[in-house]
Design a binder for this molecule. Structure first.
Ligand code: 3PG
Ligand code: MG
Length: 402
């Protein structure tokens, strides 16, 4: 895949054209209201630009994972409403994404107007990347723009198929996300560090294997660090651990050594007997975890060591929390490191890129997200990129004709 072949929509002539924008409107909704609008906010500049240049903007997206056909609980209507509020202009919501109702609603759009079509996954053809369904979508546009990096790991009709049917361009958010990841992984200022946390090692093995080839230091925290500790013969008590991955942890350590990538593991831990709020807790060296206790966060010595590593680096990639940050006081490790990374970024000493899964919630809880150089809107797609995999949605754009 040649990323230089991605064509930006920024300079294309869109005046009066129906521009089909694949966005990721898959945002958290509670009681009919959007509870975190980050993904919508990040789409606004691109949508405003298209509208301002006289495009007839048709936004398409999936929402949730409907099982069998239309599911009223997974309608994009409330999301379209919130998008309109954020844009500060009315957005037409269309109750179908293909067929006569969609086509005539799109036809009625005037230059500068924006419509949102109903959840693509109400049709089986979307996830199957069915050419017939992609063809129906293509009838709603003259130009295709993919601005949904966070859905680009899916080879679906709207993320892959469509790129081959219409003149295809990358949207600004897509380019920004890819640019941030390339800046960290391809041409970073060295030394570089990756901080990888989260509960399970099993879900992050390809990420770790790829990262040790790319970064100088790998900081491992969260539940997944326990499996690494166990692989060193450390008794982790009743901590979350994946015994069947001890051999894999060994392999990762050996491969890291071969590549001169220094792996930084916790040396002390915050432990408790149970994982619940208000539970009595203590700090112990990782070599002295009682058999009836569990590790729920990294301890102060680990924080000091990891902080030192950040200070010695110029680039940091962050994925996953260092402890069970959702419950007090087990967020201290994550918060301390996130705040230090934020401070170093503010002072221009560190480039910080974060994304994937729980990461954004953890950085928000630390109050650090705004200071990071870049925080990705992507979960699974971010991780697949970190694995070194080609994302079908990006590959299709790189192959496509504009
Ligand atoms: C996400 O939220 O990670 C993307 O929107 C993709 O959603 P999916 O995992 O249901 O394909
Ligand atoms: Mg996902």
């Amino acid at each position: 895949m040649d990323l230089e072949k991605l064509k930006s929509i920024a300079k294309a002539d869109v005046q009066g054209k129906r521009v089909l924008v694949r966005a990721d409107l898959n945002v958290p909704v509670k009681d009919g209201a959007v509870s975190d609008a980050t993904r919508l906010e990040r789409l606004l500049p691109g949508l405003k630009d298209l509208s301002g240049r006289g495009a007839r903007v048709v936004v398409i997206s999936h929402f949730g994972r409907p099982k069998e056909g239309p599911d009223p609980g997974l309608s994009l209507a409330p999301v379209a409403k919130e998008l309109g509020r954020l844009l500060g202009k009315p957005v037409t919501f269309v109750v179908e994404c293909v067929g006569a109702p969609a086509e005539s609603a799109v036809e009625a759009l005037k230059p500068g107007e924006i419509a949102v079509l109903e959840n693509l996954r109400f049709h089986k053809g979307e996830e199957k990347n069915d050419p017939e369904f992609a063809g129906k979508l293509a009838r709603c546009g003259d130009i295709y723009v993919n601005d949904a990096f966070s859905a680009a790991h899916r080879a679906h009709a709207s993320t892959e198929g469509l790129a081959h049917l219409l003149p295809a361009y990358a949207g600004p958010l897509m380019l920004e996300e890819i640019g941030a990841l390339r800046a960290v992984l391809e041409e970073p200022q060295r030394p570089t560090a990756a901080l990888v946390g989260g509960a399970k090692v099993s879900t992050k093995i390809p990420v770790l294997k790829h990262l040790i080839e790319k970064v100088d230091k790998l900081i491992i925290g969260g539940g997944m660090a326990n499996t690494f500790l166990l692989s060193h013969g450390v008794d982790v008590g009743k901590s979350l651990v994946e015994r069947e991955y001890v051999a894999t942890a060994h392999q990762v350590m050996a491969a890291a050594k071969e590549r001169n990538c220094a792996v930084v593991l916790p040396v002390d831990a915050v432990i408790a007997r149970e994982f619940r709020k208000g539970e009595a807790h203590a700090v112990v060296p990782t070599l002295a975890v009682p058999s009836d206790a569990m590790i729920l966060d990294v301890g102060p010595k680990s924080i000091a060591h990891m902080t030192q590593v950040l200070r010695e680096c110029k680039t940091l990639l962050w994925n996953g929390p260092l402890g069970a940050f959702e419950i007090e006081p087990f967020g201290e490790g994550t918060f301390a490191l996130a705040r230090e990374a934020a401070r170093l970024t503010r002072e221009g000493k560190l480039t910080t890129v974060a994304g994937g899964g729980d990461t954004v919630a953890a950085l928000n809880a630390a109050g650090a997200a705004d200071d990071f150089t870049y925080v990705s809107t992507a979960g699974g797609a971010f991780l697949e990129w970190l694995e070194g995999r080609e994302l079908p949605g990006v590959a299709a754009l790189a192959q496509a004709q504009a």
